[in-house]
Design a protein. Structure first.
Length: 424
């Protein structure tokens, strides 16, 4: 089954919690803090594998979860880091975060590895909180949450040349003739139901990739035939090879119809270099004027190649012409620019401050990535942990901001699921 669109949940590992513990040694009078740090949560990576050509594996997965970091332990023992998780995707895969629609990765090279979701940092153990005034800190951090979001994974076939045309014009026959690919060929429409790729070796050093696509018919953009959903696969083809069938009642009109469908999908497709192949010329008498008349209709606007996939006539000329155009087309022109500003980066979030809002009940709500992360990472089950939270919030300017916002003694202040009564 060919799958080119999947929505998956991604969850990087959470960081392990830092430990609160103290040394207990026979001859040491007061053992110092010895709580180790929590391990880092595992990252989720996608990696491009040229051996794959569908997103089928992902449809079975639905949720990709990397391992959490282990909690820190006594005797300054660090928690083990969560294992990173690698998921293989085919070349041409584009990964987008569902909510923001930001592109996270675009796989164009075999072996390309991209970080999709980052694991949370491990919480620091109480050894880090020892100060000259507090030799026995009963405070440690919780691990940070790993990034979690839905992604849309789309496969947009990467090829140099995309084959377009009505059903049964001989697209798959052409691919079979010029490459090792063996798509199904038959004399009924819509034989090809999925895109197929083939490598055309022009000579020792030169080659290009062809994508054979399902045939199009009039009104495909309204869902007729197989519709135009496969056209996304030619968005990233540098050159279009438009195949028409000379035995059709009106081959030139076929050409116009297909172009209209291409334009309805994306006008840019019509700006792509397009080469015309008039196929099945073994079926006509080359002495009569049928072929010349048809070629004349293109009015020299396109390079037109009469061919036969049966007799090989015209094929090598066409291949050489395609190779030349592919070479001319600059790689950069079609490469999708990857947005470097990846989302949910904890490092970037460190810059974000906080806001104070009032809810309907007159509670003061503190919101902001930094403060919320501080809360999540503080183990408030000990008094000292709680004190650490409140003093750090104060240092961050939260108290001043609360006062500015009009907080009075006895008011309720809320931070995430933590509620407390404000006292001066
Ligand atoms: N006479 C002749 N028949 C051809 C030639 N090329 C292809 N055919 C025949 O045309 C029919 C359709 O060929 P396909 O290659 O399956 O056509 P397609 O464009 O891939 O069709 P869809 O996958 O349905 O869109 C088959 O019966 C082929 O044998 C040719 O050069 N000459
Ligand atoms: Mg076909």
């Amino acid at each position: 089954m060919f799958i080119d669109y999947v929505k998956v949940k991604i969850k990087a590992g959470d960081g392990g919690h830092g430990m609160i513990s103290f040394r207990r040694e026979k001859y040491v009078d007061k053992g110092g803090p010895s709580g180790g740090d929590g391990g880092k949560g595992g990252n989720v990576y996608f990696i491009a594998d040229s051996g794959l050509n569908t997103l089928l594996d992902l449809t079975f997965t639905r949720k990709i979860v990397a391992q959490n970091g282990e909690n820190g332990a006594g005797k300054k023992c660090y928690g083990k880091n969560g294992d990173d998780l690698y998921f293989k995707v085919p070349l041409g895969t584009v990964v987008t975060e569902e909510k923001s629609k930001k592109m996270l990765a675009n796989f164009t090279i075999s072996g390309q590895k991209e970080l999709i979701a980052k694991g949370g940092r491990g919480g620091r153990g109480n050894t880090h909180f020892k100060t000259s005034v507090n030799q026995v800190p009963k405070v440690a951090e919780n691990g940070a949450k790993g990034e979690e979001f839905n992604v849309i994974v789309e496969l947009k076939v990467l090829a140099d040349v995309g084959l377009v045309g009505k059903p049964s014009v001989g697209k798959s026959s052409f691919l079979t003739n010029v490459s090792q690919a063996r798509p199904e060929i038959a004399d009924y429409p819509f034989t090809t139901l999925n895109p197929h790729l083939g490598l055309v070796k022009v000579n020792m050093d030169e080659s290009f990739v062809i994508a054979d696509l399902p045939g199009l018919i009039e009104d495909a953009h309204n869902g007729k035939g197989l519709g135009i959903k496969f056209l996304k696969h030619i968005e990233r083809c540098k050159v279009l090879l438009h195949i028409i069938d000379i035995t059709s009642p009106d081959p030139f009109n076929d050409f116009l119809i297909i172009n209209k469908e291409l334009g309805s999908y994306n006008l840019d497709l019509l700006k792509r270099p397009m080469v015309i192949a008039i196929n099945k010329i073994d079926m006509i008498n080359l002495k009569d004027a049928t072929l010349d008349k048809l070629i004349a209709k293109f009015d020299k606007k396109y390079q037109v190649f009469p061919i036969s996939t049966f007799t090989n006539k015209g094929i090598s000329n066409l291949i050489n012409a395609l190779m030349n155009i592919v070479k001319e087309e600059k790689e950069e022109s079609l490469k999708i620019t990857i947005d470097d500003t990846k989302i949910f980066k904890f490092d970037a979030e460190e810059e974000i401050g906080f806001n104070i809002m009032n809810d309907r009940l007159g509670h003061f709500i503190i919101r902001g990535t930094r403060v919320e992360k501080l809360y999540q990472m503080t183990n408030i089950s000990t008094d000292e942990g709680l004190l650490y939270l409140t003093t750090t919030l104060r240092k961050m300017g939260v108290e001043t901001a609360l006062r500015k916002a009009g907080v009075k003694n006895g008011d309720t202040v809320v931070l995430c699921d933590f509620e407390f009564i404000y006292t001066d």
